[in-house]
Design a protein around this ligand. Structure first.
Ligand SMILES: [Zn+2]
Ligand SMILES: [Zn+2]
Length: 189
């Protein structure tokens, strides 16, 4: 159960403003939680794995978990670096169940991978979808077998594009309980 239900969206590195704005708008529009864009942080060079030339998502999560972020309940860190977990070649995002911090990276979500991500409507929808999915984990949701549901696991861009932005009925009920019940959920943002 959360107090204010406010989510902080934190750009990490040079993230175009539109990306964090779109994520915040989707958090409010689809999950009915307040969202605010916080001051940017530097690129997480401390998490670079020099052999893989990728960034360790677990190390970034731990570092952000140890930082005080005031007046927000949960944090979504938005990056444009290639993230990995030891057991996966790459991940679109990462969160621990019931954790405080989630990550989403633009690095593998663009239609044409390049140094500067192409911010097409498809890319923006993907980044919002991964952010909302990871936020679901922060509120205790696990992967959902229901297809279509936001909490369905996506291992590829094709699967991600088939996944809706909405939670299924079962996940919606769980999420409402976790975020303070139907009264809070039906409140105007
Ligand atoms: Zn997941
Ligand atoms: Zn579901």
């Amino acid at each position: 159960m959360t107090r204010s239900g406010c989510i902080g969206v934190v750009p990490i590195g040079a993230i175009p403003h539109v990306v964090t704005q779109v994520i915040a708008a989707h958090i409010t529009g689809y999950l009915n939680l307040k969202a605010t864009v916080l001051k940017p942080l530097r690129n997480p060079l401390y998490a670079l794995d020099e052999r893989r030339l990728q960034f360790d998502a677990g190390t970034i999560l731990e570092t952000l978990e140890s930082r005080p972020f005031e007046r927000v309940d949960k944090i979504i860190g938005v990056l444009n670096v290639d993230l990995f977990l030891p057991i996966f070649t790459h991940v679109f995002g990462e969160a621990r169940q019931h954790g405080r911090v989630a990550l989403v990276s633009l690095a593998r979500l663009a239609e044409e991978p390049s140094e500067k991500p192409q911010l097409s409507p498809t890319t923006l929808e993907r980044v919002a979808k991964v952010a909302l999915h990871e936020l679901g984990h922060l509120y205790g949701l696990t992967h959902c077998e229901n297809d279509p549901c936001l909490m369905h696991f996506s291992g590829s861009l094709e699967e991600l594009d088939r996944t809706p932005l909405n939670l299924c009925r079962y996940c919606t009920r769980y999420f409402r309980d976790e975020t303070g019940g139907p009264d809070h959920f039906s409140e105007a943002p």
